[in-house]
Write a protein that binds this ligand. Sequence first.
Ligand code: NAD
Length: 491
Amino acid sequence: MRAQPKASHFIGGEYVDDTAGAAFESIYSATGEVIAKLHSATPAIIERAVEAARAAQIQWAQLSGAERGRVLRRAADIMRQKNRELSELETLDTGKPLQETLVADAASGADCLEYFGCMAADIGGSQMDLGASANGSFFYTRREPLGVCAGIGAWNYPVQIASWKAAPALACGNAMIFKPSETTPLTALKLAEILMEAGAPAGLFNVVQGMGDVGAALSSHAGIAKVSVTGSVPTGVKVMSGAAETLKKVTLELGGKSPLIVFSDADITNAVSAAMLGNFYSTGQICSNGTRVFVHRDVLDAFLVEVSRRAAKITLGDPLDEATQMGPLVSGTQYDKVLAYMEQGKAEGARLVTGGEAAHVRALPHGYFVQPTVFADVTDEMTIAREEIFGPVMCVLTFDDEAEVLERANATQFGLAAGVFTRDIARAHRVIAGLKAGTCWINTYNLTPVEMPFGGSKRSGIGRENSRAALEHYSELKSVYVEMGDVDSPY
Ligand code: NAD
């Protein structure tokens, strides 16, 4: 097995295993080859991780922010040095093409470690005088860590998700136990190795493997102060209810069915580029994808001609070949699900513009490849317009005016992301202000620099990742009133 780790879990600064845990495999979805065999965490492994994290957190929180930041910045440098190795492993674990993983996965993780590493020295409270009427008393606030935090990852951006959760958590003085998706268990272990190499104390960042039951055990564990999950809405609901038992803080990064609105005055070439990136990058397996593309009736034909011409040229193939633009879906389960949605789209009367079937890559007959697919004449009621597909399926809907498209774009339980293409700046800002979504773009799509808050509204989530905003979700304020005079008491 070409990607077998030394052991399943990383706890207290070392690889550990407990073969009593249920066995599971990681496969390379381009070939079906088993690349690693692991064991799910037993209750004993989870307890060991909580203990290790608790001990490390006490020591870590005593360091100055500058000292903590230095470790995170060193980890960012090591991650960049190892980018190719990490990208190849991520490609094997996810099936995403190396062309993408080389620039979007560990690279984004490194940016995040660096950003929060730079910020760590500046995490603190404030002070305020209360005036002569209060005897010159004042109060100050301290921004304090929460303790041990749990991170639970999805399979589409494994090392990026692990880094996006670990970096702000550690910058604030917390320790973390991270559970990767059982589909993509490998690269979080590398992040643990890198943090150790960068000087993090043993136990500061631990990885435990397993399915939903391990995530549920972390969510309800009394020794864990906060849980952040990236996953589907039903999982987010379960994590939040598990966390309620101990009133844990939660960050939920969940699914979406985001609108991308193309007005008639838009630059159509750019709008098509964005719609393709927002539906086909990572084989469509991105939570914030603009999967409902609303195109103004006047430019619909031009849009569809351009999109189908360019979709037909997308190169599917071996993800390890840097010329490959689109890889297979992550797993057989995801493959069956996406093909079923394509059939449902056809059955419900959407017009197939291109794709719509499994794709056959000659050298990789067992790969889970599907064709980049575009449906036109999609209506708001169709299943493919309402449910998250998580595959390369673009749904094009037609609209006539601004008020109508705004209402239709918002008619969903989700609210993760949204985009607008127009040359009319007043309209761009007006429409964005009206869209109920946490992360929005004007005249581009899906760019997520670490400086920008990322997250959803409505059922797409709670809290924000990246940016200064993330620090608030991994720390809490302590208020301290300092009396400068006598205690004024009627007793
Ligand atoms: P999923 O919900 O099936 O699993 C996510 C993680 O939660 C996995 O690690 C899984 O083992 C764990 N889990 C499952 N049941 C659990 C439970 N009861 N308690 C605790 N943990 C549990 O999601 P997935 O299939 O891995 O990923 C795809 C989904 O993730 C999509 O809906 C996608 O939109 C979403 N996603 C969101 C973002 C975001 O930032 N908003 C990013 C990537 C993916």
